[in-house]
Design a protein around this ligand. Structure first.
Ligand code: CA
Length: 240
């Protein structure tokens, strides 16, 4: 996620954001530290009430939730049920304290994708996270659409208002980044790190140059101009 949650170090898996809902501070810290070391971005939430509010607010900025079942104020089952009713469809992996089959069945029936029983091996948790993220990608993300812009991630063809747009590889990567964060302001540094892997000096104007190329290609006469400059901050694809 960009904005709101600190990006820690260089993230080489893109920016996969995992929300950890866990009231035990030691387990939460262990999970967060371990996942960050694997290149994930993490947010830790300690109680049910906070998690109810934050996960719905973050919405599409969350890629996966690790959810402890035994939580103060609102328990994990109730959280999951409410999120699913509110159309939060990202993968949720339950962390269960007991090896209780009824708890697991109830969780899976309530919309969880998977579970691990504490204490667990970190390598197993990582494998389950990768599996849950893979199945989500296969189901949902062969096509990116923002208003009349469309990127077909399989055929690598871009369209604006149903007309094909020819993009060079960097332009494609830049447009894909904007379309994955359609209403967010992306700073030049964020764009550089995603599209150019820090191989350019942050003082270089390569981002501005490429945003210029991209604008010429996607903003045909008669169409709503996209890719706004936000003075002193960066660029965003569309108005929030
Ligand atoms: Ca707990």
């Amino acid at each position: 996620m960009l904005g709101g949650v600190a990006l820690v170090g260089q993230i080489d898996r893109g920016d996969v954001h995992i929300v950890i809902v866990e009231d035990d501070p030691r387990i939460a810290a262990f999970l967060s530290k371990g996942l960050r070391a694997e290149g994930y971005v993490t947010t830790v939430l300690h109680d049910g009430q906070q998690a109810m509010r934050e996960v719905v607010r973050l919405g599409d900025d969350v890629d996966l939730v690790l959810l402890d079942l035994g939580l103060p104020k609102i328990d994990g089952h109730e959280l999951l049920q409410t999120w699913r009713q509110r159309k939060f469809e990202k993968p949720v992996i339950l962390l269960t304290a007991r090896d209780d089959i009824r708890e697991k069945v109830r969780g899976l029936d309530g919309g969880a994708n998977d579970y691990v029983t504490k204490p667990f091996h970190f390598s197993e948790l990582l494998a389950r996270i990768r599996a849950a993220l893979r199945s989500k990608d296969q189901a949902a993300s062969t096509l990116l659409e923002v208003e009349d812009l469309r990127l077909d991630l399989v055929t690598k063809i871009a369209y604006r208002a149903d007309r094909r747009v020819e993009l060079a590889p960097r332009e494609w990567a830049l447009l894909e980044l904007f379309m994955r964060h359609p209403r967010q302001v992306l700073s030049r540094t964020q764009i550089l790190s995603h599209v150019w892997d820090y191989s350019f000096d942050p003082g270089s104007n390569v981002v501005d140059v490429y945003v210029g190329y991209l604008r010429k290609k996607i903003n045909r006469p008669g169409l709503k101009p996209m890719l706004q400059t936000v003075r002193g901050a960066g660029y965003r694809l569309i108005q929030p």
